[in-house]
Design a protein around this ligand. Sequence first.
Ligand code: GAP
Length: 453
Amino acid sequence: MTAQIMEELVSLCKRRGFLFQSNDIYGGIKGIYDYGPMGVEFKNNLKQAWWKSMVYERDDTEGLDASILSSPVVLKHSGHEDTFTDPLVDCRACKSRWRADQLLVNNKCPNCKSEDLTEPRPFNLMFKTAIGPVDDGSSFAYLRPETCQQIFTNFKNILDSTSRTVPFGIAQIGKAFRNEITPRNFIFRVREFEQMELEFFVKPGTDDQWHEYWINKRIEWWVNQGIKKENLKKIEVEKNELAHYSKRTVDINYAFPHGEEELEGVANRTDFDLGSHTKNQNDFKITSDVMKNSSSTTKLGVQDLEEKKWYIPYVIEPSAGVDRGVLALLNEAYREENVDKDNKRILLSLKPHLSPIKAAVIPLKKNNEELVNLSKEIKSNLQKLGLGRVVLENSGNIGKNYRRHDEIGTPICLTVDFETLEDKSVTVRDRDTMKQERVSIENLSEYYKKYFN
Ligand code: GAP
């Protein structure tokens, strides 16, 4: 049943322009996807909702958009060069490669069932690229495996250029890259993806409370985006499975079509990262086992004005995957309904603020100049309200347009018919209830604004 839902979602995403396999015409690249016309709108709306709640609606955060190419020195001090690995196993018989923890029971190759497997060995997941015109291996960078390291390296820049004091946070949304051994489950585990990360800096000793605060806040946010609370679970990450920087991590798991897995992680990274990127570590009391030989010349600390001494803040990190969010929300919104005994419809019952298209304006007859011009005017006026994309559907086939807009999650369709020319009203059809009502053009802007608020 659940595998079938995944198939339906994959098919809908391709059919309606949400997601395409990247480099499709050349056979595709495994674990890399492109967002199509509907996908880019949906993904942007999700990122915008996150930014709004993490930056605009708070008084204790700032934003950042840092580089993807990362210095090896940063990723040495962050611990990624040494520890960002997955256990890799080769099948000697069919030459396939697997992540050791994904091998099926009995330690057999999932491809050819051979038991002739190598011992697991660490495989670093970071992508490397040459910097500059000479590729002699001496000058290289990594594509960042998580977005947050540049938040830590910019910590002082942000403190110096704003008036922030602890507690405060730095938010960033952007691409991250991991050379996953076995990408799988559509956009769940991919090699190029986006993260929405907040690094929230707090005074040591207050970190446990802030951690709880962020776990609950993030669950609440996902519920506000349309995920049913019963489909989300808090999972305490076992001590022996914690990342090298973490004192405690709680994963927010979601019931994906392929099974329950991590949607977002909320970690207490202590002073590990700021401490690792700080030079004169003797000046600070650092509790975690950090790199002792940082070549950074900066002290990434703050002053405690009451106690008149410097300290390195702890950091609480809610880190969410945009692509996993897209998959979870598509799964939540997908419905198949019987319209009558002969017809069924597919719809995406997305929250209106996330819908790729907010409204479709449809002239009843495509070649009627009066209807089309009036539709264009209505579309343009609604578009100017700045609530998202509004489209004109000029194919003249109302039924087909309703079906398409149900499938991409458009909350309302406005039909401009011959009566409109007389009574200056349009028919508004609601996606979820399919109910229709007449709304006067004069009141349309107010109606529309109210609908999306
Ligand atoms: N900065 C912390 C960090 O990167 P993570 O648990 O490795 O922690 C955070 O990643 C989130 O990024 C995950 O909860 C997941 O949503 C997303 N993510 C991680 N690897 C991914 C992948 N290969 N494909 C898609 N999303 C991924």
